[in-house]
Design a protein around this ligand. Structure first.
Ligand code: AMP
Ligand code: MG
Length: 529
């Protein structure tokens, strides 16, 4: 039976038509001046095969089942074919990496296929990651391995389900090719299966897109990019000009502050917060060596490249993002006629947005949804100090706290479901201190105007039961590498509803098993993916 025809797809060229491109079409690595993008075709792969597909995102994009099942779709999303209207390019940007200006970076393995108009008129950039070399590949091969592609695919969709602003992922395509990676930079390169993820966002513009022309003194190019960005993505700020430029920087700062509050509240550690990995729209972008807090440790980073300095550790993320906003502010200085006041104001706006959002999110996690009382800040702070000292699984501990809130009387001993959250033996002193905190908090939460039941319900909507713990991702990766994709699909489905109980998936809501403490991919990851 012939398959039903796919729905029509319409592409626009907002970025390409508005902004100067590189006249050169070769893939040769080079410095690109006076242009914000380079035309480049994906390099075809041996045998593209659709391994996973995000149905809710496909629905948003207006891609129907016939599209999903059409063999041509795997070819397009693997880089071997194109839909009418696509016009592939790699973006030119720079960035500060680990605190130092790195000059031109650019899309070294990402290629935007085009801007798709969804059924509701919203425009979505479709971008392949791992689609082959571009002028920005430097020494890289332009490819991505299956393990890191699964991680990006799953975490993009999991973050969206948590309500955290993020780029999305439509598809995971196996290339049928092998890619060489030295996973730990220790002189042991090995072949791994290759893959391509199709990422989706209104735009993948980064702080670094603005930094590069500014660093080169190309103010007209910087202005053209900023004008385009304001007109296209921030129309509410008014027509581009001095007032809108200041408001733009402030708005990016505010969105970044709110994003960081969400990362901190959920215990998400990005791992590589370089300015080229900071979205101008305030989205989580570039999932690499990220990880989740299980026992609370402000020094935790999953990124082996950052083990010595721990610049991008959990506890440093809010101040690093502030530093990054300052770099964006510096880049925009030529648009402020050299006045530094707009940058100072944006930094203050970041701090205010982060502070207010974080306070609201952390309060909600412990059921404090009404007006703040005098002791609330101390109650929260004590909990966070205690969580650092007692080695408990924060995700489970917070999730199970709502059960205590629902009890009419305060606990007189550490509840069994909380005792089960300890890694190793629970120390008597920590248990006693935890119980004392629970008793104070229980009294406070009973006094919530909506009652403890309403507070508990709010907590259940703020403390996810299911997050993409590194070892869960690794188990799915190990299975996928052995040809079994059921685990990826199951995680995708369960993480779609992170706040629901889903009792049949209890095994995905467990503290980190002992074997995962040091296993590569679970405890440690490198940028080499
Ligand atoms: P990341 O640390 O993943 O944000 O990458 C930093 C820079 O390195 C970006 O310009 C990437 O495009 C580039 N890059 C990373 N991996 C590769 C690769 N395999 N081939 C080419 N460029 C890469
Ligand atoms: Mg990057």
């Amino acid at each position: 039976m012939p398959s039903p025809a796919s729905a029509p797809r319409r592409f626009v060229r907002r970025f390409l038509d508005a902004l100067p491109g590189d006249p050169e079409t070769a893939r040769t690595t080079r410095q690109v001046h006076g242009a914000l993008w380079s035309p480049v075709q994906p390099t075809p792969v041996a045998s593209p095969r659709l391994l996973a597909w995000s149905q809710p995102l496909a629905d948003e994009l207006g891609l129907d089942d016939a599209t999903r099942d059409d063999p041509q779709t795997a070819a397009v999303l693997g880089g071997n074919a194109q839909w009418d209207g696509m016009a592939p390019y790699a973006a030119c940007y720079g960035g500060h990496q680990f605190g130092n200006w790195a000059g031109q970076l650019g899309d070294g393995r990402a290629i935007t296929l085009g801007e798709l108009v969804g059924p509701d008129g919203r425009v979505h950039e479709l971008q392949l990651k791992g689609a082959g070399p571009t002028p920005y590949s430097r020494r890289g091969d332009g490819r991505a391995v299956l393990r890191s592609s699964i991680r990006e695919f799953l975490c993009s969709e999991a973050m969206a389900a948590l309500g955290v602003p993020t780029t999305r992922a439509l598809s995971l395509v196996g290339t049928g090719e092998q890619v060489v990676r030295d996973m730990f930079y220790d002189g042991n390169p090995a072949y791994e299966p290759g893959a391509v993820v199709c990422r989706v966002a209104p735009s993948f513009l980064r702080f670094g897109n603005f930094e590069l022309p500014s660093s080169r003194g190309d103010v007209p190019l910087l202005r053209a990019l900023t004008d385009f960005t304001i007109r296209t993505f921030f129309p509410e700020l008014g027509p581009p000009g001095p007032t809108a430029y200041e408001a733009f920087l402030r708005e990016v700062a505010v969105r970044t502050g709110r994003l960081l509050a969400q990362w901190q509240a959920h215990g998400f550690v990005h791992g590589v917060m370089n300015t080229d990995n900071m979205s101008i729209l305030g989205l989580t972008i570039d999932y690499g060596p990220y990880g989740w807090i299980e026992p609370l440790d402000f020094r935790f980073t999953p990124n082996t490249t950052d083990f010595r300095e721990r610049r991008y550790a959990y506890g440093n993320q809010p101040s690093v993002a502030l530093w990054n906003v300052a770099r964006l502010g510096e880049a925009l200085l030529p648009l402020f006629d050299g006045r530094e006041a707009p940058v100072e104001e944006a930094l203050a706006a970041y701090q205010q947005a982060f502070g207010e959002s974080a306070t609201a999110l952390f309060r909600r996690k412990i059921g404090l949804v009404s007006a703040e009382t005098a002791d609330d800040a101390a109650l929260l702070q004590e909990l966070w100090q205690w969580l650092q000292a007692a080695e408990v699984d924060v995700i489970l501990w917070l999730r199970r706290l709502s059960q205590v809130a629902r009890q009419a009387t305060a606990p007189t001993a550490m509840p069994a479901e909380l005792l089960a959250c300890w890694y190793g033996a629970a120390e008597t002193g920590h248990v006693a201190a935890g119980l004392a905190w629970l008793q104070r908090w229980h009294a406070r939460v009973q006094g919530e105007p909506g009652g403890a039941a309403a507070a508990a319900a709010a907590m259940d909507g703020a403390n996810p039961k299911y997050v993409l713990r590194n070892w869960l991702a690794q188990e799915a990766i190990d299975a996928a590498q052995a040809g079994e994709l059921g685990r990826v699909q199951r995680l995708l489905d369960v993480l779609r509803r992170p706040f629901d109980e889903q009792p049949e998936h209890e095994d995905l809501a467990q503290k980190r098993p002992e074997w995962a403490r040091t296993k590569p991919g679970c405890a440690t990851l490198s940028c080499s993916s």
